[in-house]
Design a protein around this ligand. Structure first.
Ligand code: ASP
Length: 423
């Protein structure tokens, strides 16, 4: 997962950003000890060419079984798909597949893509409704059509033709969060309880209240609404958080086997409450995922629009083709995002990006724009090469990304804690 749990920047962030950026630019080689550690360990695995898989944090429960499959001679793409199918099936992971948060009309729309290194093929689907395992549908596009990408209704009908079951992907929990979002943003329409409702209260206006009071009133209204909608008390803060800061979330996985074969895949429900039809980076071959059998494989989670503009996964693989280490290749892609905003940290603080990078010799890196979330939790990648571990990414900027849309006052602690949901 990526920017689903965003946080406020510390006060010294702007200064450290500038310092860190200039250090990166003047010295492209690793500077932090963590950075050095990843490079050293990568050099070790590079000589062994053992099987290895890397994925986003929400793949941690599924990677053991997938790695055993890979080690037993299973195909690299099938191994990677075994990891990402886990969150797709999990109703409690509201960033992917079944249970994903819906678009602004309350309909879940999923994106996915995959690349199979050994046969140099790719498949992709975007904006798919009613089909849970879109990662597998992207593989079916690759195997059963002469196309690479199908979208929307056509992709859904193709999936059904291939035997994928049509099902309602909107869980009750996600529907209620969407309804809360809808009603909370409806001062200008007819959603939400009307004047005749006994619970109706006039919205506070800036003329009669200070900002902090407005904020408190808004939260109280959201809590009342959440109760009326029937959101269980233990989920209310998490639901309110999702309404105030529409989350994103995704899973990517790349795999390498002993023969040196590689594949990658990425799947997501995308940005919560997005416009219908919006596709992020996840279904875009070269942005959300890219694998070249001769070089390596890369994938992304985070601000999809930004990643599309730098063709992140392809950029990283091309960087490695030209000799960069996985770490430097990923950092360079992040710097391209920064360059697109002329280093303007007033904007960059509202986005985040994590890249998962695997070279064909087994060297790997996890890099991110920011270190992590406002509650102090760091961005991590999961690695399995016989030993499963979670590793903190190397961040381009110190500190955490900022809530978007911005909050007028500091976010209360209970809203930054998200333990009731899968992380
Ligand atoms: N990249 C995904 C998208 O933009 C979201 C995410 O990774 O969090 O749809």
């Amino acid at each position: 997962m990526s920017v689903s749990r965003r946080g406020f920047l510390g006060t010294a962030i702007a200064a450290s950003i500038t310092a860190h950026l200039s250090a990166q630019e003047s010295n492209p080689s690793p500077s932090s000890s963590e950075h050095q550690h990843q490079t050293d360990s990568n050099a070790h695995s590079a000589s062994g060419k053992k099987p290895i898989m890397i994925c986003a944090g929400n793949g941690v429960k599924y990677i053991d079984e997938a790695f055993a499959f890979l080690k037993a001679g299973g195909d690299t793409l099938d191994a990677a798909l075994r990891v990402v199918k886990g969150p797709e099936d999990d109703p409690n992971d509201d960033s992917v597949g079944y249970g994903g948060l819906p678009n602004e009309e309350g309909i879940v729309e999923l994106d996915a893509c995959c690349m199979h290194g050994p046969t140099r093929r790719a498949g992709s689907v975007g904006g798919v409704r009613n089909i849970k395992n879109v990662s597998l549908v992207s593989k079916a596009v690759m195997e059963h059509t002469g196309h690479v990408m199908l979208v929307g209704e056509g992709a859904e009908r193709f999936a059904v033709a291939l035997g994928f079951p049509r099902e309602n992907l909107l869980t009750e929990r996600s529907r209620k969060i969407w309804l809360l979002w809808k009603e909370a943003h409806s001062l200008d329409d007819w959603w939400g309880p009307g004047l005749a409702d006994p619970h109706w209260t006039a919205p506070a206006t800036p003329t009669n209240s200070p900002q902090s009071q407005l904020w408190d009133e808004r939260r109280q209204q959201l809590e009342q609404h959440a109760a009326l909608i029937g959101i269980e008390p233990e989920f209310r803060q998490a639901a309110i958080r999702r309404v105030l800061v529409p989350p994103t979330g995704t899973i990517h996985c790349s795999a390498l086997n002993e023969k040196g074969e590689m594949s990658g895949c990425t799947t997501t429900s995308g940005l919560a409450f997005k416009l219908p039809g919006r596709c992020g980076d996840s279904p875009i071959i070269g942005a959300g995922c890219y694998t070249d059998q001769d070089v390596g494989s890369a994938g992304a989670t985070g601000s999809g629009e930004e990643n599309i503009k730098v063709a992140g996964a392809h950029t990283i693989v091309e960087n490695m083709r030209h000799g960069m280490s996985p770490l430097d290749a990923g950092m360079d892609a992040l710097k391209r995002i920064v360059r697109n905003y002329n280093n303007d940290t007033n904007k960059l603080k509202f986005m985040d990006m994590t890249y998962y990078v695997l070279r064909k010799d087994g060297a790997y890196a996890g890099v991110s724009l920011w270190e992590g979330y406002s509650d102090g939790e760091k961005h991590k990648i999961v690695v399995h090469d016989g030993m499963k571990r979670s590793e903190t990414t190397v961040a381009l900027f110190k500190g955490s990304s900022h809530e978007f849309p911005p909050f007028p006052v500091a976010m209360p602690k209970e809203l930054t804690e998200d333990s009731v949901y899968v992380k």
